[in-house]
Design a protein around this ligand. Structure first.
Ligand code: PLP
Length: 832
């Protein structure tokens, strides 16, 4: 194939009239020329050897050229105007496939399709070649990605800072019903979106000790003598806004060995030691930690957090230094630093270190700058998910930061004591250093003390923060607290994921909804239009057929698109209660077996989600879903009415197929446990009805949609607390039907008679369940029965579905980002 050397990629041999530049032009012709150039100069393969993945790469590079052009203009404009920039610090960015989203935001989808067609390629086939960067666990990382999309679309200057994990979240396979984890090799074929910037690089210390000395002017100073030094190198990915010139950037840091340190080893002849150190340094950004694992003070995770935060803050200060006539005192006027959960909260101590030790500012002025610059978003109320680090390990790793934290704490507790005299218990509760089961550093406290703004992610969650985990801090500084209900980008989760609905919306209410999702309200005038209802249902039917095809190929289960599609996709966790959903399926199974004449509206139960590799019960829940599925799907008595499918490896790519295909969205967490949820919003935008508890953003979704368009069940937060206060006795909630269903599971009815495999789950539910599954069972099953009745009234269901989409505008990340910009960051739009 390679033998004919003249047989090269179709190149600039036939130059088209170059009205538009091949790197920046947005026409199909300019784009085709750009692709052809990249095939020749960046891919460098003979035409006969070109496969769709090469066209993917060439198109991606051509698209990146266009974004880079906007990127340079965006940076220049905000520098010229001296405008404030948001820095979103997040250990996770779950970006999903980039090509489709970038074509959409540049508004060149049809140009790209035409350009590829001229080259004999199909855009959809080329899009399918993309490997998604799985640099996040779930909702938190995906939220960060949605926020980057909205920041750019709203023309707000912003930098996302994170970690360039070489291996993202593991790929999930299902073997014999069990989850099996496989390494995610997302970089194997390269990443056309990133630009390595070896010159944007910073040194990061680790370990060693803090040395106190007196400088020439007689001031007490501290320098950190590290045990180890590594280097962070920036990789930049452009983030294009929709329908605007603004193009921001995501900067991800990758760890490298510091070569000069290895030289010592060379001098002593220990070549292998030098190589080994290099390998060790580079493991720092090797792999993303799955969350929901029991926290065991993983030193490497602390190093990852410190590493990316230190690089990011050094970068910000470096930008400040490059600005003429701007001193570091103006940091809060130039940059807003947002902490996405506590993962980057070491930044509070690191900024103090950079200002006090390295820039020699006084403590008080450094502290004022720090607090004015940082904001903190809390994402969880689960006590086991609140980050703490064992004090000894923290001190060995970051000796200077521990000193700084002690000093912050000393001054802070003085302030508390002044405001609340004679309350030692309060001091103990609020301290940055925890004393229960071994001393530890409490990162949520550090983040709260070091930020001028603290927010929760849904109205209910923000209220609970103020009355529970951060109550003392709320009493101290009520003005710091606010709510910023999460949102999701309608570009990706509506337009890109649901092209059928996009076309119907464009036809019906015009294209304005893409940049102003509140305009979805315009659908209200078509709710009673039967012709519109028919089109609405046709779109949903096609999405369900598309998902059914994917599920047949990936899970081997054949689903009928005319059935009710009942979907629960999200991380597998006890608090999200996938097992409550399974109890309902087992109940229907039992009813059908008991009563052969029974007819119920047919339903497909679809699940997806990863369990943390070390989370015993979550992995068993996956096995249970698959075991019930195998039994149900193969039993002719029930498979006329029920099917169960587990979609392997839930990720952003297959999420595009899943959310638009749902009739019913399962949002059934124990009230008070889900901070917000964002999957719930993606389903609602795509016209699914929700069955849910009064938890997280469900509460606001129900208010927006109207209670009559939402299936509510379950205990409220107050009721959950009351039950827990009195001591939860699951047997009090176990009626005859539930007892039978639990017995079925425990007795091996779904496990070929194996009575061991699900015993831990059944025991947990019957004796030891902090998430009150059995207490909500009756209410849930009764609500599901109402769903089945409602589903049979097709026109009424269609109206409810349309109303859900029409009223979903609030849950756009554009609304959320506007609130952050106005209330916390003070970052305004900059038109490029
Ligand atoms: C939206 C999303 C999530 C979050 O889902 P929740 O239902 O809010 O937990 C997790 N993973 C992926 C891939 C998502 O797109």
């Amino acid at each position: 194939m390679l033998r004919v050397m003249t047989d090269v990629a179709p190149a600039a041999a036939s130059p088209a009239p170059a009205h538009e530049h091949s790197r920046t032009g947005l026409s199909a012709d300019a784009l085709r020329r750009g692709i052809v150039d990249h095939l020749r100069y960046s891919i460098g393969r003979p035409a006969a050897a070109l496969r769709p993945e090469h066209y993917y790469r060439a198109l991606a590079l051509a698209v990146r050229d266009r974004m880079q052009n906007n990127r340079v203009a965006s940076t220049q404009t905000s520098l010229d105007l001296g405008r404030k920039v948001t820095c979103y610090l997040s250990a996770e960015f779950l970006m999903g496939p980039q090509l489709g989203a970038n074509l959409l935001n540049l508004q060149i989808e049809s140009a790209a399709r035409a350009a590829l067609a001229e080259l004999g390629q199909d855009l959809d086939q080329v899009l399918a070649c993309e490997e998604e960067p799985g640099l996040g666990n779930g909702g938190l990382g995906r939220l960060a990605a949605c926020y980057l999309d909205s920041l750019a679309t709203l023309e707000r200057p912003a930098i996302g800072y994170g970690i360039r994990y070489e291996f993202g979240i593991f790929d999930q396979e299902i073997h014999d019903g069990w989850q099996v984890e496989k390494t995610d090799n997302w970089l194997d074929n390269g990443n056309p979106w990133e630009i390595a910037k070896p010159d944007v690089s910073y040194l990061v210390n680790w370990g060693g000790y803090a040395e106190h000395y007196t400088d020439d002017a007689g001031h007490d100073r501290v320098r950190w003598v590290p045990g180890r030094v590594l280097k962070g190198v920036a990789y930049d990915t452009p983030i294009q806004g929709y329908g605007v010139k603004t193009c921001n950037v995501l900067t991800l840091w990758s760890a490298r060995a510091v070569k000069s340190f290895a030289l010592d080893a060379f001098n002593t002849g220990d070549y292998y030691k030098a190589v080994e150190d290099e390998v060790n340094s580079e493991t720092v950004t090797k792999v993303l930690y799955p969350n929901d694992e029991p926290e065991v003070g993983k030193r490497l995770r602390l190093l990852q957090q410190y590493f990316f935060v230190s690089c990011s803050l050094q970068h910000v200060l470096h930008i400040m230094d490059d600005l003429a006539d701007v001193s570091v005192h103006e940091l809060p006027e130039r940059f807003a630093l947002q902490l996405n959960d506590t993962h980057p909260s070491i930044g509070v101590a690191e900024l103090m270190r950079l200002l006090v030790d390295e820039r020699q500012l006084g403590w008080d002025e450094a502290w004022d700058i720090t607090v004015a610059t940082f904001g903190y978003t809390n994402h969880t109320l689960l006590p086991e998910a609140l980050e703490t680090w064992p004090l000894a390990m923290f001190g060995e790793s970051l000796p200077r930061h521990l000193e700084i934290i002690y000093e912050i704490n000393r001054r802070f507790l003085d302030e508390v004591a002044e405001k609340f005299p004679g309350d030692p218990d309060r001091l103990r509760r609020m301290s940055l250093i925890g004393e229960d089961n071994g001393k530890s550093v409490r990162m949520a406290h550090l983040a709260t003390v070091g930020s001028h703004a603290v927010n929760g992610v849904a109205a209910l969650h923000s209220e609970l923060l103020k009355s529970s985990v951060l109550k003392d801090f709320y009493e101290m500084w009520p003005e710091r607290f606010s709510n910023k209900t999460n949102g999701v980008t309608p570009r990706r989760f509506l337009a890109l994921a649901n092209p059928g609905l996009r076309e119907l919306l464009d036809d019906t209410i015009g294209e304005g909804w893409l940049s102003d999702p509140v305009r979805l309200r315009g659908l209200e005038s078509f709710v009673d239009d039967p012709a519109f209802g028919d089109r609405w249902r046709a779109v949903k039917r096609a999405n369900k057929a598309r998902l059914a095809e994917y599920i047949l190929a990936s899970a081997g289960v054949d689903l009928n698109p005319d059935w009710l599609f009942d979907i629960q996709v999200k991380r597998i966790h006890e608090y999200k209660r996938q097992h409550l959903n399974v109890l309902h399926i087992a109940t229907l199974y039992h009813r059908l077996k008991q009563n052969p004449g029974l007819e119920i509206p047919p339903r497909a139960f679809i699940f997806g989600g990863k369990a943390a590799p070390g989370y015993f019960l979550a992995k068993r829940i996956i096995k249970l879903i698959n075991a019930v599925g195998e039994t149900v799907n193969n039993d002719p008595d029930v498979n006329r009415f029920l099917k169960v499918a587990f979609v392997p490896n839930f990720n952003v790519q297959n999420a595009h197929l899943i959310y638009p295909a749902a009739d019913l969205s399962e949002q059934i967490s124990t009230a008070g446990k889900e901070a917000s949820g964002t999957g719930n919003m993606k389903f609602m935008m795509n016209g699914a009805l929700t069955i849910g508890t009064l938890d997280g953003a469900n509460v606001e979704m129900r208010t927006e949609a109207g209670a009559e368009n939402f299936f509510l069940f379950g205990l409220t937060v107050d009721e959950v607390e009351e039950i827990k206060r009195g001591g939860y006795r699951p047997s009090d909630y176990t009626d005859a039907e539930l007892a039978t269903v639990l017995d079925l599971i425990a007795s091996g009815a779904f496990s070929h008679g194996d009575t061991e495999v699900f015993r831990p789950l059944a025991d947990n539910l019957r004796h030891d369940d902090p998430f009150l599954v059995l207490a909500d069972y009756q209410s849930y099953v009764a609500c599901q029965d109402r769903v089945s009745v409602a589903w049979q009234d097709i026109p009424a269901w269609t109206r409810m579905s349309i109303r859900n989409t029409a009223r979903s505008g609030k849950f756009s990340s554009d609304r959320a980002i506007t609130e952050y910009c106005d209330d916390i960051w003070g970052v305004g739009p900059v038109t490029v």
